[in-house]
Structure formats: C-alpha cells, structure tokens
Design a protein. Structure first.
Length: 121
C-alpha cells in the first residue's frame, strides 16, 4: 500500500498488514502532519475455531506508522542546476580572461569577440 501525506504529498510504501483492516493513525516524517490511513482489505484466511489461535500473533506497533518503510520520493535535482551554473560561469569567465590566448590559437574567434564589443588584448 502506498500512503501519501495530504499535507506535503510525500509517499510511503508500507505493507497492508501494518495498517490493518481498521486503519491507523500515521505521521509524515517529512512535515510531521498526522492523518488517519484508510484500512487495508483483510487477507483471505480460513475461519479459525480455536479462540486461543484467533488472538493476534503480535501487537500492532503504536504511532508513528510512517517510519515503517522508506520514502518513495525522487531525489532532489537542485544539485544539477548548481553544477550547470558553475560550469557556465567557469566557461564564460575563462573565455573572457583568456581571450588573447584564444584568438591567437583560433583566429576565427576574434569575430565573436568583436560581435560582443570586445577586442582581444
């Protein structure tokens, strides 16, 4: 079952047996919001006639249920934008700082520098 926080839309992957057919209160690890998770469908089991065997095998873990499984969220992509900006700044800065060397090695680049109003030094 996938639980989605109604406050921040963080998703959690959990097993149906951990929520149970009656549902339970859960808390989002990302924002701390608490909500009631809907009940999971009961598994198909044969009826048990012994009352001792009908008792639950384990006591359900109390609140918070959101810590049961890891988040299912794509990784942040802010790092890519920062790297792209850093590479852009380095390339443009290098083209400005080494314009004389660039025009000596590649004479056709003098036209590009003249187009933007810069003379090679």
């Amino acid at each position: 079952m996938i639980l989605t926080c109604p406050n921040c839309a963080t998703r959690y992957l959990t097993e149906d047996r951990q929520i149970g057919p009656a549902g339970r209160r859960v808390r989002c690890e990302a924002c701390g919001h608490q909500w009631s998770a809907p009940g999971a469908p009961a598994p198909l089991e044969p009826p048990v006639e012994d009352s001792a065997a009908a008792a639950p095998m384990f006591a359900p873990r109390p609140f918070p249920a959101a810590r049961i499984s890891p988040r299912v969220r794509p990784p942040a992509r802010r790092g890519r934008a920062i790297w792209a900006a850093a590479v852009f700044v380095l390339v443009v800065g290098g083209a400005l700082a080494f314009r004389a060397e660039i025009t000596r090695a590649w004479p056709a680049s003098a036209v590009a520098y003249a187009t933007v109003g810069m003379e090679p030094s």
